[in-house]
Design a protein around this ligand. Structure first.
Ligand code: NAD
Ligand code: UPG
Length: 454
């Protein structure tokens, strides 16, 4: 099939590269000329494991352009995967989506194109995009679209860092449309994934237990709500274990044992029960805020989602509180933070807990020392105000520090020579923000080992 993907960020690029790998003819369009140039040269502008290899494998069927006119006309499917960041009031900023839909509307030519909203958008956005497409089509063509296109919602559930795996081997695919033709086209498009009939890339073998992938075909509003419901649930699950972790700390229980013993109940499940400094990233904060504001439009409140957000903010503050308890005074102290990306295996810094914690520490008068094995360059570009605090190596973070906090669970940090680093610190306070170090071993080495929660 002929596919156009609008937006080549974490979602759009992954979608485009995977669909081309599966045999579709894909053109990705992005307004960012530098991104397009880099992609044309076969270089991924984002850090996502195996992306460069997949781009190379799919290169024959994958093109990049800044021109909608080269991508939209004649496409069977147009994906819109532009950013929808939070506005200060919690609503998503839909200006990128509006602009993308307007331009798609100008260029869409039929005979039948499914315009798919892959961006995460508030309930009702499918109808809104449909209206924008129609107006724009009529302006450009001087006639009504008369069935030339239909709108569908196909929310994305990939996790950064394992985005290609999640796309080729998803738990499910959700399609929402009020036009049965769209469901048919998208069923066809995703057939290789649904029945797992493709040859897996050598670098991403198919998980042994995977059978056919379930497809949820539903209406627009339900598909849109599924995305928010899923993200809010995951965010709540993490905040829940973090809340239990605080209690565990008080009563002397081991939160890792509690999480394991709780997660082994098949009704609960072990995943997303890792305690620590809490969730960050481009989605959970933004999408829980959007769910609450959307619900508010219907005079509905969401106290559980609200509480998950509050617990999450508290986890970040808890890092500073733990350090204040331990060091008494943090003004003038050197505090090292290991990890800046919001999670390992990505360079994404959006709503990163580390940045938030660094800002809180600086506000308390601390001197911070920052490191990330992958996201440092992006940090330098995106946070020039904090760039002077970056260290060249993880080891340099320890040097003369009064405390070191492990914020992102990069394997690079787990493999450090912790015994050798301890004597380089001024005071050996180690705060494990992800419960990922061996507490007993660290104590034996001489660290004053602390965690967030029990
Ligand atoms: N990042 C994730 O893990 C993830 C997962 C699931 C869903 N989502 C959702 O997917 C959407 C995209 O997220 P992302 O992280 O890929 O964003 P991103 O910021 O990485 O990428 C968006 C891209 O769209 C481009 N763009 C913006 N306006 C454009 C326009 N009018 N025409 C062409 N290109 C345009 C930008 O230049 C950018 O390259 C968001 O709604 C997000 O909530 C993201
Ligand atoms: O047990 C856990 C699991 C995750 N996290 C943190 O939660 C955040 C989000 O992690 P993860 O969900 O793995 O990454 P994302 O790439 O943000 O993916 C989420 O957000 C995407 C955007 O909507 C969705 O598509 C995915 O399904 C959803 O998992 C990160 O800061 C993690 O460190 C924890 O603290 N404990």
């Amino acid at each position: 099939m002929k596919v156009c993907v609008v937006g080549t960020g974490y979602v759009g690029l992954t979608t485009g590269a995977c669909l081309a790998y599966l045999g579709h003819d894909v053109t990705c369009v992005d307004l960012d000329a530098a991104k397009v140039e880099s992609l044309r040269a076969g270089r991924s502008p984002i850090y996502e494991p195996h992306m460069d290899e997949l781009l190379a494998e799919a290169a024959e069927r994958l093109r990049f352009t800044t021109e909608y006119a080269e991508a939209v006309p004649g496409a069977d499917v147009v994906f819109i995967a532009v950013q929808t960041p939070s506005l200060p009031d919690g609503n998503p900023d839909l200006r990128y989506l509006r602009s993308a839909a307007e331009t798609v509307g100008e260029h869409v030519a039929g005979p039948f194109t499914v315009v798919v909203n892959k961006s995460t958008v508030p309930i009702g956005s499918g109808n809104w995009v449909d209206a924008i497409l129609r107006e724009s089509f009529e302006r450009a063509h001087g006639r009504r679209p008369d069935g030339a296109f239909a709108v569908a919602s196909n929310p994305e559930f990939l996790r950064e860092g394992v985005a290609l795996f999640d796309t080729l081997y998803p738990d499910r695919i959700v399609i929402g449309s009020d036009d049965p033709r769209s469901l048919h086209v998208l069923n066809e498009l995703y057939r290789p994934i649904l029945n797992q009939s493709f040859t897996p890339p050598t670098f991403l073998p198919r998980p042994g237990e995977l059978g056919a992938v379930p497809m949820v075909s539903t209406d627009l509003a339900s598909a849109e709500l599924i995305k928010y419901a899923a993200n809010a649930f995951l965010a709540i699950k993490i905040s829940y274990i973090n809340e239990i972790g605080r209690l565990a700390g008080r009563v002397g229980a081991d939160i890792m044992e509690v999480a394991r013993g709780t997660g082994l109940d098949a009704r609960i499940g072990p995943r997303f029960l890792e305690p620590g400094v809490g969730w960050g990233g481009s989605c959970f904060g933004k999408d829980t805020a959007a769910l609450i504001t959307t619900a508010g439009e219907y005079h509905h409140d969401m106290p559980i989602v609200q509480a998950a957000r509050e617990v999450n903010a508290r986890q970040r503050r808890m890092v500073v509180d733990r350090l204040l308890d331990e060091l008494r005074l943090i003004k003038g102290r050197r505090i090292g933070l290991l990890g800046l990306a919001f999670k390992p295996e990505t360079d994404d810094l959006r709503d990163s807990p580390a940045t938030d914690i660094a800002e809180q520490l600086i506000a308390h008068g601390a001197r911070v020392a920052l490191h990330d094995p992958v996201a440092a360059e992006r940090f330098r570009r995106e946070r020039p105000d904090l760039a002077r605090h970056l260290c060249d190596s993880a080891e340099a973070v320890f040097d003369d520090s009064d405390a070191v906090v492990l914020v992102t669970k990069w394997s690079h940090y787990l493999d450090l020579d912790w015994g050798k680093l301890l004597p380089t610190m001024r005071t050996p306070v180690l705060l494990d923000g992800r419960h990922c170090l061996d507490a007993e071993r660290m104590r034996r080495l001489g660290y004053r080992y602390l965690s967030v929660g029990g």
